[in-house]
Design a protein around this ligand. Structure first.
Ligand SMILES: [Zn+2]
Length: 89
């Protein structure tokens, strides 16, 4: 893999960037976190998976609002409604 191509790939384990490293006089591509067993995936694959994961998360949050960790607490719900819709008279 050429150094100009390294930025197009990610670690298959942590999806982080990979780097070129000289190991015993031979250049090799590794994950800086030393993930095991290693491997690579394309950056496009990681972007595709992250996009689908975000969509799945949004679906779960919409269908199961009790599981949403960002759900406003009951004591703050009134303040959020005031901020969004103004104060009721
Ligand atoms: Zn890694």
């Amino acid at each position: 893999m050429l150094s100009s191509q390294v930025h197009r790939y990610r670690c298959a384990q942590c999806w982080g960037p990979v780097v070129l490293k000289c190991v015993e006089g031979e250049w090799t591509v590794v994950c800086p976190k030393d993930c095991s067993p290693g491997g690579f995936v394309s950056e496009n694959y990681v972007n595709y998976r992250q996009m689908n994961d975000a969509i799945d998360t949004a679906k779960v949050a919409a269908n199961y609002p009790d599981l949403n960790p960002h759900k406003p607490k009951p004591e703050n719900a009134g303040r959020a409604a005031e901020a969004l819709f103004g104060q009721e008279e």
